[in-house]
Every structure is written in C-alpha cells, then in structure tokens.
Design a protein around this ligand. Structure first.
Ligand code: SF4
Length: 220
C-alpha cells in the first residue's frame, strides 16, 4: 500500500521518475535547505485563527474580504481539524482498486452555508505576483477532491492567504501585509491527476526523468 500527498503529486508533475523513486524505492532527491520561517508562521497562524474560531469570529485580516461579505465562518469541529491538520494523517481517501491512499493536510477551512472552502496560509518574502497562486492549483484541486470523497460539499473555489513582510515598526516588530487570493478549484481535475499518479505507481516501467532537472544535471 502506498500513501501519496498533494506535494508528492506536485513532484510527479515536475518529474515522474523522481515521484516513482520516492514512493516505491524510498529514494529521495538531494535535499535543498528549506527555510523554517513558513512552518513557524503556519503554527502561529493556526493558533491566531483558532482564537477567533473559539469566539465565532473571523480574524481582522479576513473581515473586509469577500469571504466575510459572503457570510463565511471558520470551521469549528476541533477534533476534525486536529486530524486534518496532521501531516501524517490529514484528509484521506483510499482508492480500493489500487490500494493507494491519497492524504492531504490542510491549514484551515471556511464554511459557507453547508459548503466547505479550504483556506491555506502561504508566507512569502515579497508581495505576491499575478501568477504566484498558479503553482498551488493542483494542491487545492486535490483537497477538494478529498473533501468530496469524504462526503463533504465544497465550493468550486478555495482561498490562499499570503503573508509577506512590509516594514518594521519603531519597537522592532516586523509587520506583515496580507493578500487573499480566491482560486477556481476543480475536484474532477484533482481526481484526474490522482489517477495519473496511480498509473505511474502501478506501471511496471520506470518512468523517464525530467530533462530540466538541476539535480540530475548536477550529477552528470
Ligand atoms: S531528473 Fe531530477 S527530479 Fe527527476 S529523477 Fe532525476 S533527480 Fe529526480
């Protein structure tokens, strides 16, 4: 039985061979240093959002946004959030035919009427560019696919909430600006890319390596 995640599927889109090696042979490509700021931010943002969830409110950075005008609330099932946020568990779906599990850990969820809307925090060093969100479309498609497979209704969009530093105040605290981006999200597209991953894992043939990969070219 294999367990794959939206980030391993993003790796597949970059290079099917690396995804195959990582999932089947447990061989990872060379690690590059990963800044710890985003995971530290994720942790304090979850705590910050949960304080407002307990009061039945949205945090200030969302109050003037479309999601507030639409009447969205923060999802308040704490037990589900605890599981869905756990990187080792997350929202899961077992494809019984292949015996492959897809699992994805979310940051937060908004609720509009009965429908769920995934909200993911992203930390950046600089203001967001026009196309910054495009890299995350597959991740969001897979989250909505997972929620639908777990019998939840979802909106056909999700939100990315970007935080980036803007200035330092006189007492030395760094102030972050935020930008909320709504992205069109399609669980059918998520299902297709999950099937593509299953086909690679079930194939007897080792997939080809990406031509553009800097890791393999470094080795040659
Ligand atoms: S080309 Fe790069 S990404 Fe693909 S298998 Fe080689 S190291 Fe991995």
């Amino acid at each position: 039985m294999y367990r794959i995640s939206p980030s391993s599927i993003n790796l597949m889109l970059e290079c099917p061979r690396c995804f195959w090696l990582q999932t089947i042979k447990k061989e990872k490509r060379p690690e590059t240093p990963f800044p710890s700021l985003p995971s530290g931010m994720d942790k304090i943002l979850k705590e910050h959002f949960d304080r407002f969830m307990e009061q039945g409110q949205l945090p200030p950075e969302l109050r003037e946004q479309d999601c507030a005008k639409d009447g969205c609330k923060l999802f308040n099932d704490k037990e589900k959030l605890r599981i869905w946020r756990n990187n080792l568990k997350g929202i899961e779906f077992l494809d019984k035919e292949s015996n492959i599990i897809l699992h994805g850990a979310i940051d937060n969820i908004l609720v509009k009427d009965r429908k769920l809307i995934v909200l993911d925090y992203k930390t950046r060093g600089y203001p967001v560019k026009e196309d910054t969100h495009e890299y995350y479309v597959t991740q969001m498609d897979l989250y909505n696919f997972l929620l639908r497979k777990n019998n939840y209704e979802t909106e056909d969009y999700t939100y990315l909430l970007f935080y980036y530093p803007s200035r330092i105040n006189e007492t030395g605290e760094v102030i972050f600006d935020t930008k909320l981006i709504k992205i069109e999200t399609d669980p059918i597209r998520g299902e297709k890319v999950f099937k593509q991953a299953i086909n690679i894992l079930l194939s007897e043939k080792e997939p080809e390596a990406s031509r553009e990969c800097k890791f393999c070219s470094l080795k040659n």
